[in-house]
Design a protein around this ligand. Structure first.
Ligand code: FES
Length: 159
C-alpha cells in the first residue's frame, strides 16, 4: 500500500483528532494508521510527533517495543509463528529455525518476492494443539516442518 505525502498527512491528522480525548492515545493512533495502510511509514513519524507533541524517539520507542507495528509494507501472507511456552514444549523452536531457513528471512522480515512476512506471536489460544501458526486469519495446529512446507507450497502455487 503506498500513499502520497498529502494523504498520509491527512490520515495522521484525522487519526490523531479521533483519539485526542483518549488516555495514552499513541497506541490506538499507531494501530489505526497500520490498519489503514498495512504499516506505519517512516514519513508518518515526524507528522505524528508534531501532531501529538511527542518526540520522534518516543514514537520509535513504542514502535520497536511492541512487535505489532511494521515500518514497511507486509507481504501478501503474514505468518505468525507462536513462540510461547506450550508451543515451545512441542517443538516450535525447531519449527522457527525451519521457517526462517525455508523462507530465507528472519522474524519481522518479508521475502524479496513480497509473498510472506514472518512474525512472532506469543500464544494463539491454540495451545492444546501446539505448535501453532496463523497464516492470515487461519490458525493451523500441530505444525510440523513438513506441514509448514506444504502450507507454504500451497500458497506459492496460488500465485
Ligand atoms: S502457546 Fe502457542 S498457541 Fe498457546
Amino acid at each position: 500500500m503506498s500513499t502520497s505525502a498529502e494523504s498520509l498527512k491527512k490520515l495522521v491528522e484525522n487519526t490523531v483528532d479521533r483519539h485526542r480525548e483518549s488516555v495514552g492515545p499513541l497506541m490506538p493512533v499507531l494501530h489505526s494508521i497500520q490498519d489503514a495502510l498495512g504499516y506505519v511509514p517512516a514519513e508518518a513519524v515526524p507528522l505524528l510527533a508534531s501532531a501529538m507533541n511527542l518526540s520522534r524517539a518516543e514514537i520509535h520507542g513504542v514502535m520497536s517495543f511492541y512487535h505489532d507495528f511494521r515500518s514497511k509494507p507486509a507481504g501478501r501472507h503474514i505468518i505468525h509463528l507462536c513462540r510461547a511456552e506450550a508451543c515451545q514444549s512441542m517443538g516450535s523452536r525447531d519449527l522457527e529455525v525451519h521457517a526462517r531457513t525455508r523462507l530465507g528471512i528472519d522474524f519481522g522480515e518479508t521475502t524479496p518476492d513480497g509473498l510472506f512476512t514472518l512474525e512472532p506471536v506469543y500464544c494463539l489460544g491454540n495451545c492444546a494443539c501446539s505448535p501453532s501458526i496463523r497464516i492470515g486469519d487461519e490458525t493451523h495446529a500441530r505444525v510440523s516442518t513438513e506441514k509448514f512446507d506444504t502450507l507454504i507450497a500451497g500458497l506459492e502455487s496460488q500465485e
